[in-house]
Design a protein around this ligand. Structure first.
Ligand SMILES: [Zn+2]
Length: 209
């Protein structure tokens, strides 16, 4: 995989400040990505050391060197899985991806709303049939996506299982599923999606994500 959460987002995740929906997306990516797991471990060490030192009267001169000593020294993680059934998701869909009661939205796109109410993110699984597309759209806020199965391409790149994509109002894109298999995504959206094409604009009052 070649697309990952920003270090800023990973830092928010490790500090526990992300809302549930965004944290689920980051955790699902971390289950499959050694590189980001290592960064998250280092951020955890950094946070722990700074927390431990924060209430000492004098800010120790060797704080920085002790942080560096501990970075990268944590135990290796359990083997990673590239299967579509992530551990983070399994408590929300105990029967796995195969059991999801998809609701058809439009064209070859179906969705399932996950039972998460975090007050900010709408969290869904999306299934795009192979070779089909989601209408061109942009966002009023943030859209976090983790690819669970298959792949898609849009104006910004090409993505495969495990990839993590963050979009905002500066991005307009039309994801098209690769032709080899249906594409399944975990997506957390704060704000709203705005369809932008000639046909898509007609959908804005009709289709909600
Ligand atoms: Zn990663």
């Amino acid at each position: 995989m070649s697309h990952h959460p920003s270090e800023h987002l990973l830092a928010e995740f490790t500090s526990g400040s992300l809302n549930t929906g965004a944290a689920l997306c980051v955790r699902t990516h971390l289950e499959q990505c050694h590189d980001c797991n290592r960064v998250a471990e280092d951020l955890n060490v950094l946070g722990a050391v700074m927390m431990r030192d924060s209430d000492q009267a004098s800010c120790s001169d060797d704080l920085f060197s002790r942080v560096l000593d501990q970075l990268g020294s944590s135990a290796p993680q359990a083997p990673f899985s590239r299967s579509a059934g992530s551990k983070a998701l399994s408590s929300l869909i105990p029967g796995g991806i195969q059991s999801v009661p998809w609701k058809k939205i439009a064209g070859g796109v179906s969705s399932y709303t996950l039972p998460i109410n975090d007050g900010e993110y709408s969290v869904k699984l999306l299934r795009v049939e192979k070779g089909r597309s989601v209408f061109q759209h942009t966002h009023t806020d943030t859209e976090l996506t983790v690819l669970l199965q298959g792949g898609y391409s849009d104006e910004l790149g090409s993505y495969t299982a495990g990839d993590f994509i963050e979009c905002d109002g500066s991005h307009v894109h039309k994801p098209v599923a690769h032709r080899d298999q249906d594409c399944i995504l975990l997506t957390a959206v704060s704000g709203k999606l705005r369809f932008t094409g000639a046909v898509g604009r007609l959908l804005n009052p009709l289709v909600t994500f």
